[in-house]
Design a protein around this ligand. Structure first.
Ligand code: UDP
Length: 188
């Protein structure tokens, strides 16, 4: 079986102010090592710990495309750091970037990604979709569809879809299941 795991960049800065918290990274890669006994794993990593267009982009007065480019490069930094963390505990991993950055990572090539996964290497998909105006959630869905995985998991700081922000509203209602139409109708 093959899964794609989308992990938000913010999780890597959760315990302190560092961009890439080494304790969290170590805990995360140890869990990947255990999970890898059961399935092949592709990881899409975000970049929110380094840069967010909504906040940093606006405060720096960057236009949306420029800010998104910076955001995508932030995901490359996370991907490379995560690859090293995996290698350090003996897990083979490759970074494939949607934006060619050849001395640092392989370019994204679907067939090659599939070969890596079949050879039991973790593939870290960097630079999102390679296009501005998207997020790494879209990239995770895209890679999962391209590779035809059995399961797509999103690991983030919120545990589901709510009718309002559970961080600011303790009464926020969590949806056990939600349809696409419902998301549009209720503007979730
Ligand atoms: N981004 C983009 N296109 C993509 C993926 C990401 O432009 O296909 C940019 C976008 O600015 C985004 C940032 O990269 O805010 C970091 O990704 P994301 O917000 O998904 O990271 P996360 O919140 O998961 O850490």
């Amino acid at each position: 079986k093959t899964i794609v795991l989308k992990i938000s960049g913010e999780l890597f800065s959760k315990k302190d102010d560092s961009f890439f918290n080494k304790d969290f990274a170590l805990e995360f890669v140890k869990q990947i090592k255990i999970l890898k006994e059961k399935c092949n794993i592709g990881i899409v990593i975000g970049g929110g710990n380094f840069f967010r267009w909504k906040t940093d982009g606006k405060s720096l007065n960057l236009n949306r495309s420029t800010a998104d480019n910076v955001g995508m490069l932030a995901t490359v930094m996370n991907a490379v750091a995560l690859q090293q963390a995996l290698l350090n505990i003996g897990v083979e991993a490759r970074v494939q970037s949607a934006i060619p950055i050849s001395p640092i990572a392989e370019p994204y090539v679907r067939m090659r990604a599939v070969k890596h996964l079949q050879a039991s290497r973790v593939v870290i998909f960097a630079a999102g979709t390679g296009n501005p105006f998207f997020t790494t959630d879209t990239a995770a869905s895209l890679r999962a569809a391209e590779i035809n995985v059995n399961l797509l998991i999103k690991a983030t700081k919120v545990d589901g879809v709510y009718d309002s922000d559970p961080m600011s509203n303790p009464q926020a209602k969590r949806y056990e299941q939600v349809s696409y139409d419902q998301i549009l109708q209720e503007r979730l």
